[in-house]
Design a protein around this ligand. Structure first.
Ligand code: ATP
Length: 428
């Protein structure tokens, strides 16, 4: 096993492996900085003493991958942790060509060579933070008896409107890529699984060129049986998010500050809640042309976010009580039949979640589907989930890459995911 660069002990012989980050060549000495996932270390080659290594070191280029065997020694002059490695052997695993990107490259050039871009410690940190966030969410759910599902991504009927669907040919039949695991989460509830979640890919054929939309992203979706009150869903979500953010701050708070220049704020509970009606009034007071019943434009969302964050001193807020007709047909309506029992959650002015109590009563669900122009025939397979007994339930869906973007203050989702997919990007 190779020793990690953050676990090097002085006066021991080690074998390490990594990319060459820098080479400084002097008349008598050569200094090589090697980086692995855990950090970086200086390799010091005394040309007069290590003559046998010179035929190897002269071939090295930046980003070549090498294995180095040698002794770790203390040297207070070395900036990287006050130690260096005096090599006895250098094995070249792979020589790197001149790199096609550097710090000056624009984002599209960087995305073309994403694997090289990801070698930057800042980007590796983004991946580690995303891992821990997801792991913490999983832990939180596992502790509460949730069951994980892996629902199909190739489907015959979409759960949302048809406009943002990728279609594909399925042995001569038309099929789609899922825009959400919604129907299957609800099927799992009808299956008696009670508490269900999935972390998986979500596809949206939206020609959106914003900083927060991707055509493929990772969704964290969950659904809970025996939920009647949307307040209980919101409470569950705010506790889950706060728990996961605490875990991230505990482990990576300092590094996040160092590489991204931001202090991660752990939100206080409860998050502020605001009704859609009040949000519309605020926007009207801010001179926006909006009526109750219309959805927010991006500009309105932004202005509302700035106002609420300033007023509440809180980065998060739920917007609740949307008019039923602008929400999905499967959201349960309130007793008057006007308002959907659902919410959107915003962080730093950007939507991160839609949640709701779902309609589980077959006849009402069917009526709501038809009222919204859906064909019963097409939806029958879904409606059948509610025909043979089903508990009341509710849940939500979070965009993981949006959370990562906001958590680290990254300006665009393109850089807050492993590989970005957008309307004009399908490589690498
Ligand atoms: P938006 O209005 O921002 O396009 P939406 O209302 O379509 O989002 P939902 O269908 O409710 O979003 O999806 C649940 C969550 O998934 C969103 O709150 C967001 O975090 C994330 N999400 C939705 N669309 C995208 C996308 N195109 N790229 C990345 N994340 C997304």
């Amino acid at each position: 096993m190779k020793t990690k660069t953050n676990e090097l002990k002085c006066n021991t012989n080690v074998e390490i492996a990594g990319f060459i980050e820098k080479i400084r060549d002097q008349k008598n000495m050569q200094f090589i900085i090697l980086r692995d996932l855990y950090g970086a270390v200086q390799i010091t080659v005394d040309k007069s003493k290590c003559t046998s290594l010179l035929s190897v070191t002269e071939k090295l280029s930046i980003n070549s991958f090498v294995i180095i065997k040698g002794e770790v020694v203390e040297n207070s002059y070395v900036k990287l942790g006050g130690k260096e490695i005096i090599p006895s052997e250098i094995i070249i695993e792979s020589i790197a060509d001149t790199l096609p990107i550097d710090e000056e490259s624009n984002i599209d050039q960087k995305l073309d060579y994403r694997w090289i871009d990801l070698r930057q410690p800042k980007n590796a940190l983004m991946m580690k933070v995303q891992t821990l966030f997801t792991h913490s969410v999983r832990n939180f759910l596992y502790e509460r008896d949730f069951v994980e599902m892996h629902s199909p991504k190739i489907i015959s009927q979409p759960s949302e409107s048809g406009s943002d669907l990728f279609t594909l040919d399925y042995f001569g039949e038309k099929a789609y890529l899922t825009q959400s695991p919604q129907f299957y989460k609800q099927m799992a509830i009808a299956s008696g699984l009670e508490k269900i979640f999935e972390v998986g890919p979500v596809f949206r054929a939206e020609k959106s060129f914003t900083s927060r939309h991707a055509t493929e992203f990772t969704g964290i979706d969950l659904e809970i049986a025996n939920m009647h009150n949307v307040e209980d869903i919101m409470k569950f979500e705010e506790e889950m998010l706060t728990y996961a953010l605490e875990k991230v701050k505990e482990k990576f708070g300092e590094e996040i500050k160092q590489y991204f220049g931001i202090e991660l704020t752990i939100p206080t509970l409860p998050f502020p809640r605001i009704e859609m009606k009040t949000a519309v009034e605020i926007l009207q007071d801010l001179d926006f042309d909006i009526e109750f019943g219309e959805d927010f434009s991006t500009e309105q969302e932004k202005a509302l976010g700035e106002y609420l964050i300033r007023k509440n001193g809180h980065e998060f807020y739920f917007i609740t009580d949307y008019p039923a007709e602008i929400r999905a047909f499967y959201h349960m309506k309130d007793e008057k039949g006007l308002t959907a029992k659902g919410y959107d959650l915003y962080w730093k002015g950007i939507e991160i979640t839609t949640g709701a109590i779902r309609e589980h009563r077959y006849d009402i669900l069917l009526a709501q589907a038809i009222e919204r122009g859906n064909s019963q025939k097409k939806l029958q397979f879904y409606l059948d989930f509610f025909k043979y007994g089903c508990p009341a339930h509710g849940g939500f869906g979070i965009g993981l890459d949006r959370i990562t973007m906001l958590l680290l203050g990254i300006p665009t989702i393109k850089e807050s995911m492993f590989i970005f997919r957008g309307p004009t990007r399908i490589k690498p």
